[in-house]
Design a protein around this ligand. Structure first.
Ligand code: AVJ
Length: 323
């Protein structure tokens, strides 16, 4: 661990495999069958997701990074000297634009990075501390919810939830997430959230079906992880990635379809599930938003819109909210 860098290990690490086993068994028993998307981000999954963000079809990261680069100074002007707290920080690359804008005003900047992936967190923390000695990085290796109680002690805060990660939540999960953030923040604190916007189906579907097949491998990796950690015994060659945009629900529905009958074992619980040929397991939803509706939802939860930054095509938005 480099100077200026601290990693705090969350309690979820204590029995990660059991947590995975219980969640997988519950999801496989449900109708339709599903697996929680948070399990996609083991070390290999995090690396594959980084690769997804570099695919030409995956416009989200490129646009959001441009928006951050363009508007970082404006964001700093609006928020003042707040501690940056990033929920689901991943590789932290986009956040560097904000850190630079912060460092233009003060020589010591606090950056709290929260991520479930220990490997991603360690790499990102090390990289940021090495590149920016003025940044004090505290990495919290846990899911974002465990960091909520810390927020009041860190105020003034600019909380960050980038990359349209919020799109993985169902509508009710979105409301409770925003409610949780709102309650955890102190009046006057800020929240910057990246949302992918509703657009043409073909553009969206291309982003989730990249020609190089990285997204397919990302989906399949969940089953690689199940085989390794849960002894599932899945035939990986029978797993096919599907991502279809549902314009009624305004969400991409990502699933793994099995081309052969499978018995999926959950060894830690001594359970097994048999799927027939052609059955699918949902691994993710990725919701697409309308700015006005998102802003009015946030407003109902005491998060007032301060500024909305969008690209020329209106494909992606960064929404700055104030508690
Ligand atoms: C990290 C949830 C924002 O939904 O676009 C990308 C995940 N899955 N390609 C997204 C993802 C397949 C991504 N989020």
């Amino acid at each position: 661990i480099a100077a200026g860098e601290t990693i705090i290990r969350g309690s979820h690490e204590i029995d990660e495999v059991r947590d995975f086993a219980l969640a997988a068994a519950a999801g496989l028993a449900s109708h339709p069958r599903k697996l929680e998307s948070r399990f996609l981000y083991d070390a290999r999954g995090s690396r594959l997701f980084d690769l997804i963000t570099q695919q030409p079809e995956y416009y989200l990261t490129r646009i959001e990074t441009d928006l951050l680069a363009t508007h970082a100074a404006k964001i700093r002007a609006l928020t003042g000297p707040a501690t940056l707290v990033e929920l689901g920080s991943g590789n932290s690359i986009k956040t560097e634009h904000l850190l630079k804008a912060w460092l233009a005003h003060e020589s010591l900047v606090g950056y709290v990075a929260v991520d479930v992936s220990e490997s991603a967190l360690r790499e990102a923390s090390r990289g940021i501390s090495a590149a920016h000695p003025g940044v004090r990085v505290i990495g919290i290796n846990s899911d974002y919810k465990s960091s909520f109680p810390l927020l009041s002690a860190l105020s003034p805060v600019l909380a960050l939830f980038l990359g349209s990660s919020i799109g993985n939540f169902s509508p009710s999960e979105t409301t409770s997430f925003l409610q949780g953030v709102s309650t955890a923040l102190t009046p006057g604190d800020f929240f910057l959230v990246g949302i992918d916007l509703v657009k043409e189906k073909s553009v969206i579907e291309a982003a989730y079906n990249d020609a190089a097949g990285v997204t397919q491998e990302f989906t399949r990796n969940l089953f690689v992880r199940m085989n390794r950690e849960l002894g599932s015994g899945i035939d990986l060659s029978a797993v096919h990635h599907e991502a279809v945009y549902n314009p009624v629900k305004e969400q991409v529905e990502i699933q793994a379809r099995f081309t052969r009958q499978q018995t999926i074992r959950i060894e830690p619980l001594n359970e097994r599930f048999t799927l027939s040929s052609g059955e699918a397991i949902q691994t993710e939803i990725s919701r697409k938003f309308n700015v006005d509706r998102f802003v009015s939802l946030a407003g109902r939860l005491d998060l007032a819109v301060e500024e909305v930054f969008t690209d020329q095509q209106n494909w992606f938005a960064l929404v700055l909210l104030r508690r």
